[in-house]
Design a binder for this molecule. Structure first.
Ligand code: PEP
Length: 252
């Protein structure tokens, strides 16, 4: 078991409203009341709600996160949100390279690396998501794919990569109810941990590597007990305060 503190991050994806956010965060804060959680906690919310959620999280143990950022600094990029804008709203973490961005928005490894660099330049921690498709897993390419994806970020950032969080999210397990077995996940996590250590030596030690893909209160304990799984990136189960709180408890 590593000595890294666990990190539980929720990804709300495109699920939010002023009303739903207020109810979810109230329940979350209530559930955490009186506790000094032993793990780091964050929620990655849709950009229009950053101000609302930032305000509702004030004074809580839950950090504000975003789901995407522009690879550009500023200018004529209609519809994009810059790292400076996220920083203005107190964002501490931002997902990059989520498989839904890679799949539906054509994000390349180079885009992901540029976004991670942009975030670090503005003091925001990139949560770098990597993961193989089912076809890639079945073709025995899992480690080659995830190491190519992470390698692009490590190559771009150099020693600054010590400031990232990594997340292994097998595409076939996201939102499908199908989870990697603890052994399958651990195997990939160990390879990613080795890659981080090879690139950054001792500076890699504090970098958390999260697992994401249908993590829920029923499977979180077993996944989080794996020696190289440092936390979870949670989609569906982060939308129910009760489930998210149970996963946080499993990480203590
Ligand atoms: C995710 O979107 O990052 C994710 C892991 O989703 P889910 O937990 O719903 O599979």
């Amino acid at each position: 078991m590593s000595t890294r503190p666990k990190f539980i991050a929720g990804n709300w994806k495109m699920n939010a409203s002023l009303q739903a956010n207020a109810a979810l965060l109230q329940a979350l804060r209530q559930g955490l009341q009186g506790q000094e959680p032993a793990c780091r906690i964050a929620v990655a919310v849709p950009a229009p709600y950053l101000a609302q959620v930032g305000q509702l999280l004030q004074g809580s143990a839950v950090a504000l996160g975003a789901q995407d950022v522009s690879r550009h600094e500023q200018g004529a990029y209609t519809g994009e949100v810059s790292a400076a804008m996220l920083a203005d709203f107190g964002v501490r973490y931002c997902l990059v390279g989520h498989s839904e961005r890679r799949q539906y928005h054509g994000e390349t490894d180079a885009d992901v690396a540029a976004k991670a660099a942009r975030l670090l330049a503005h003091g925001i921690t990139p949560v770098v998501c990597v993961g193989e498709s089912l076809a890639e897993r079945e073709a025995g390419q899992t480690l080659a794919v995830v190491q190519r994806q992470l390698g692009a970020v490590l190559g771009e950032l150099g020693s600054a990569a010590e400031g990232i969080v990594a997340a292994y999210e097998p595409v076939w397990a996201i939102g499908t109810g199908r989870t990697a077995t603890p052994e399958q996940a651990q195997q990939v996590h160990a390879a990613l941990r080795g890659q981080l250590a090879a690139a950054l030596a001792a500076a890699a030690e504090p970098i958390p590597v999260l697992y994401g893909g249908s993590m829920n209160p029923g499977n979180a304990g077993e996944l989080l007990a794996q020696s190289d799984i440092d936390g979870g990136l949670i989609g569906g189960a982060a939308l129910k305060a009760e489930d998210f709180l149970k996963i946080i408890s499993a990480a203590q």
